[in-house]
Design a protein. Structure first.
Lengths: 536, 329
């Protein structure tokens, strides 16, 4: 016992030592990170429009986020889950009708001109609100941006706008473009959309179509002692096997966004010098969802939807299709979004008997050959996992007497069939949760959305109570009240099952052990990589 | 000379309706594929609302009827304007000019290599049909011919590039190396070794078998019997009489193969990340990019027509009987 006895004084000493031991190495490491070097990264596509202020997509951010910066970036431990970038603070007026941004001082564009509040005002009103795919939703009520001085931008809204939403959306919707290059031109066709000019740690040096993008170190970056790398090369490798081979041959040092297929991870994790990382995608959660066409009489019956939910063995899907790199969903908000996530919702355990009983109750008896009814199932072709889940779902439904006919199509054809023509009964979809339910999640179940809007409720589902909550949340300024509304939202969706949430997953990076300081924020792959370094 | 000139003129005139049919069919075919360029684009950016989709459809001219668009395309084409790629936001001609040389280098070297090696080995095998040498070569060629190209490419890359590190795994040249002149040429050649071998190994087998079959047949013909009766040296009979006779179908084969190789390059170009024509065609279809796809098909059709014209000319030179009737008509 005496050995364990420690005085209060000793205890304090020990704990401070412990503190130092955890704090110091990270601090020391940050200072001692090697300088210079060329990081070569696999890229699987070449977006035709590389402007993140117009096209807020991961494919664009992957490359453009190093050149053009948002007002704030997502953070594991920062206040509000944010880390300041071009803005240093943001504050909402009590009536919710305005938000004041203080901007960073001493920032210059890559062409040498100073960055000011005029750039922010110009982008908000001329690009984010009218042109950007997500900004059109987030800034729908933005009417004006006042710029009392060079470092203050006051956003004015026609209706009370929740600061919670704006905060959560900042990393995605607030990429700032240089006003002096865009003003008075056709923004959509401006040459700076291809040859980017920003304030970020890297400048856009070169694009050789079909081969690579080259970004070079910005010598005048505002971040102290940043960036560490001299160059980043995004090498276009459309074939996923080629990306793995290039990593093993040490021709590239990083493959993000699961460019190395899940099935190869086990093998590649054993290759000396390579590491497999699943951190750094927490704010880019993809959800595996079964979209339901409520126009089908059988599927309009809640009991049938519950039966389908009971027929799916989520654990099997995670273990077999995602090889463990995913987790089971409980509802429309993923666990990663801890601000909104509510686990207290109805759940549907894997139970074939219960599913069969529900279908019997609903009045869909098995016919002579054991089939109750037929369905048309369209798995989205975008990921291996969505296709494989389609195959699984067909088998799972067969076990409860539903004969699902799989219809495969390529991306454009699938898109039109589901979101414009409604030519499906069930569809497997991979929507993205983007930090706030109002950005791209409520649209999946909200009614009244015209045909032709991708990744939206095209299943004909309509629930006035749910619609009311969604519209109330869009105007609720108080963050905790707004969160409560979204808890209610999750309950209704999990009870009524307008769609079935099966699993949620992030991507995997494979990197050389020489690459240092990666995955340090929840949007790492699409953040600026100013602190990333390469061991020579 | 006059004979071949007439041949060229006849063939070029005949190719115009062929091209028109190709264009119209492609247009209709792409139209019947569900989904359009806007669907493909919105998917790639993760969604957009109905107003964005409508605006894009207007901007791309997709709100007009099929016939109106076909007419617009044909009139532009008559001015030698290949149009604007909606998936790349660049002129089609520039895209094609950028990608075509890579594919021609890849395909040209693979065809030349497989033709040279295949016919040489074919002569070896066919010089004495049913001999041990012949049986060995025939079996090897059969095995090679049955291997899928992508598999061979992956295995070669795994062994020679990943394990042994003798060659680069993919790409057309070292990234941003700043190499010029001979250095750059050698660099590109090193990058082409694996993809060219993957393609050539398989086609070598094809040429070998055609050459050998032709020679086997020739040995039974009267003129060979006559040459042997004259007491000519065996090597002379093999090269001047038997092989020359067997070369005719081989050259026809070469013409057919040129078309196959243009299409067959999609897989190899993807595996080895070569920015070529096949990959461009694939991207054009995935993006429902009608103008780009039309441009690619048009250029491919022109290439095939030219290659076949060259084949005809070569055959006319090798065999005096060919083209005689056309010349007299």
């Amino acid at each position: 016992m005496s050995a364990l006895h420690v005085s209060r004084r000793q205890m304090l000493q020990i704990s401070s030592l412990l503190l130092a031991s955890t704090a110091l190495p990270t601090l020391a490491a940050a200072q001692n990170l090697p300088k210079g070097g060329r990081l070569v990264v696999a890229a699987d596509s070449e977006p035709k429009n590389l402007n993140p202020a117009i096209v807020a997509s991961n494919g664009v951010f992957f490359i453009a986020s190093k050149v053009i910066e948002p007002l704030a970036e997502a953070s594991f431990d920062g206040k509000d889950g944010l880390e300041p970038r071009l803005a240093t603070s943001w504050e909402s007026a009590s009536d919710g009708l305005s938000i004041t941004f203080k901007l960073r001082e001493g920032v210059t564009w890559h062409d040498g001109k100073p960055f000011t509040s005029a750039d922010v005002a110009y982008c908000a009103l001329n690009v984010w609100k009218p042109l950007q795919n997500l900004g059109r939703i987030v800034f729908a009520n933005l009417t004006a941006v006042d710029t009392p001085d060079d470092l203050t931008a006051i956003f004015r809204f026609s209706k009370p706008t929740p600061i919670q939403l704006i905060r959560n959306a900042l990393p995605v919707v607030s990429s700032v473009l240089p006003k002096h290059l865009y003003e008075g031109t056709d923004i959509a066709t401006n040459s700076a959309n291809v040859k980017l000019v920003g304030t970020g740690p890297f400048t856009f040096a070169e694009h050789k179509p079909g081969e690579y993008y080259r970004l070079a170190r910005n010598e005048n970056y505002w971040g102290k002692d940043q960036p560490h790398l001299d160059e980043i090369i995004f090498r276009v490798l459309p074939d996923r096997a080629a990306a793995a081979a290039a990593l093993e041959a040490e021709e590239i040092q990083l493959a993000a966004f699961s460019a190395v297929p899940l099935a190869d991870l086990d093998r590649i994790s054993k290759v000396p010098g390579l590491k497999v990382i699943s951190r750094g995608y927490e704010a880019l959660t993809y959800q595996l969802v079964v979209d339901i066409n409520h126009r089908r009489k059988e599927l309009a019956d809640q009991k049938v939807r519950q039966a389908i939910a009971h027929a799916i063995d989520k654990q099997f899907v995670i273990d077999t299709i995602f090889l463990g790199y995913a987790s089971a969903s409980t509802g429309p908000v993923p666990k990663n979004a801890s601000e909104f996530y509510d686990a207290d919702v109805p759940s549907y355990a894997f139970d074939v008997e219960r599913a069969n009983a529900l279908l019997d109750e609903a009045g869909y008896k098995r016919s002579g050959d054991g089939t109750r009814f037929e369905l048309k199932l369209r798995p989205a072709p975008y990921f291996n996992e969505t296709r494989q889940f389609g195959d699984y779902l067909r088998q799972a439904l067969a076990a409860i007497g539903i004969d699902a006919q799989i219809v495969n199509a390529d991306s454009a054809a699938h898109q039109k069939a589901v979101y414009t023509d409604h030519d499906f009964d069930l569809a497997v979809a991979p929507p993205v949760f983007r930090g706030d339910p109002a950005i791209s999640t409520t649209i999946l179940v909200q009614s009244g959305i015209p045909a032709g809007v991708p990744f939206s409720n095209q299943g004909g589902y309509s629930n006035p109570a749910l619609d009311a909550i969604i519209s109330k949340a869009s105007e609720t300024i108080d963050s905790s009240e707004r969160t409560k509304l979204y808890n209610e939202f999750q309950k209704i969706v999990a009870t009524d099952l307008p769609l079935i949430n099966v699993a949620e997953w992030g991507f995997i990076s494979v990197a050389s052990e020489r690459v240092l300081d990666i995955a340090d924020n929840p949007r790492w792959a699409v953040s600026n990589w100013a602190s990333t370094a390469l061991q020579p | 000379m006059k004979r071949s000139l007439r041949l060229v003129r006849r063939r070029l005139l005949a190719s115009i309706p062929v091209l028109l049919i190709v264009i119209t069919l492609t247009f209709v075919l792409l139209e019947t594929a569900p989904g359009d360029a806007v669907d493909a684009y919105l998917l790639s950016i993760g969604g957009g609302d109905a107003a964005v989709a409508d605006g894009l459809r207007r901007a791309y001219g997709l709100d007009q009827s099929l016939t109106a668009r076909l007419w617009l395309y044909l009139t532009a084409l008559a001015r030698l304007d290949l149009g604007w790629s909606v998936a790349f936001e660049r002129p089609v001609l520039a895209l094609i000019a950028e990608r075509l040389p890579n594919t021609l280098a890849l395909m040209g070297s693979a065809t030349a290599l497989s033709f040279a090696i295949g016919s040489a080995l074919g002569i070896v095998a066919g010089s004495k049909p049913e001999s041990v040498k012949d049986r060995a070569l025939s079996s090897i060629s059969l095995i090679l011919y049955s291997i899928p190209g992508f598999w061979l490419g992956l295995v070669l890359s795994l062994v020679l590039a990943v394990q042994l590190r003798w060659l680069p795994t993919s790409g057309i040249e070292t990234i941003a190396s700043g190499k010029t002149g001979l250095d750059r040429f050698i660099d590109i050649a090193r990058h082409l070794v694996l993809p060219v071998s993957s393609l050539a190994l398989i086609y070598t087998a094809l040429f070998l078998r055609v050459m050998r079959a032709g020679m086997e047949e020739a040995w039974t013909l009267d003129f060979v019997l006559f040459a042997r009766a004259k007491g000519l040296a065996r090597s002379r009979i093999v090269l001047r009489h038997v092989a020359r006779h067997a070369a005719l179908p081989l050259i026809t084969m070469l013409g057919l193969q040129a078309a196959t190789m243009l299409g067959g390059s999609v897989v190899i170009e993807s595996i080895f990340a070569i920015p070529g024509f096949g990959r461009l065609a694939h991207e054009a279809v995935a993006g429902r990019d009608a103008p780009l796809l039309m441009g690619i098909i048009l250029v491919s059709a022109v290439l095939v027509i030219i290659v076949n014209l060259l084949v005809d000319l070569a055959q006319a030179a090798l065999d005096p009987r060919i083209g005689a009737s056309e010349a007299s008509s």
